[in-house]
Design a protein around this ligand. Structure first.
Ligand code: FE2
Ligand code: FE2
Length: 194
């Protein structure tokens, strides 16, 4: 049986992957004749990524899941070090994207390619990151963690908050923001009027 914590991580990866794919499609299509809506939706997407995965998802991994895996699977140390570094770097990267987007919106076309190139780099970085977690860390965690480890993790994940630091308790506002982005993004990404 798949532990609840692993199920939650997979679920959050799926929601995040959907958001990243939408972001890629938006960037590939460009603003067209509706720049206002385009910048609005992109801004909301980057804000969501900054608020939700960067703070809640990464915290669960780096502070709750990775430490017991590190203790019981020393051969994963290199992979876990890299993932922890990615988590630290991701927050800076997504803030930088928000700045580059504003530069394009407020200063014009000359700043467009800097944003587009940075977004594509970020998407590749992030997809690679989740792939390493899904193909290496999660399967190994299922092998090496004990029933007691899972009971502790599941209890922490169930409230979707971090009992170690009591930071960032889950708030349904993130689900509402995710839905709102999907409702506003134009087809085929979302269901909003394009
Ligand atoms: Fe991660
Ligand atoms: Fe993750």
């Amino acid at each position: 049986m798949v532990p609840e914590s692993i199920r939650i991580i997979h679920e959050e990866h799926a929601a995040l992957s959907a958001m990243l794919q939408s972001l890629r499609m938006m960037v590939q299509r460009g603003p067209g004749d509706a720049p206002e809506q385009y910048f609005d939706v992109l801004r909301a997407m980057l804000f969501y990524i900054d608020e939700f995965p960067e703070r809640l998802h990464h915290t669960k991994e780096s502070e709750l899941l990775f430490p017991p895996v590190r203790a019981r699977a020393p051969h994963l140390q290199e992979a876990l070090d890299r993932l922890d570094r990615d988590h630290a770097h991701g927050e800076r990267a997504v803030r930088e994207l928000q700045h580059l987007l504003l530069a394009w919106e407020l200063l014009g076309e000359s700043r467009r390619s800097a944003f587009e190139m940075a977004v594509l780099r970020y998407l590749d970085f992030y997809l690679e990151h989740m792939k390493l977690e899904e193909t290496v860390v999660l399967p190994e965690a299922q092998k090496v963690l004990t029933a007691q480890d899972w009971a502790t993790l599941d209890a922490a994940f169930a409230s979707n908050s971090d009992p170690l630091t009591a930071r960032y308790p889950r708030d349904p506002v993130y689900d509402r923001l995710f839905t709102r982005i999907v409702m506003r993004a134009p087809a085929p990404i979302g269901v909003g009027a394009g």
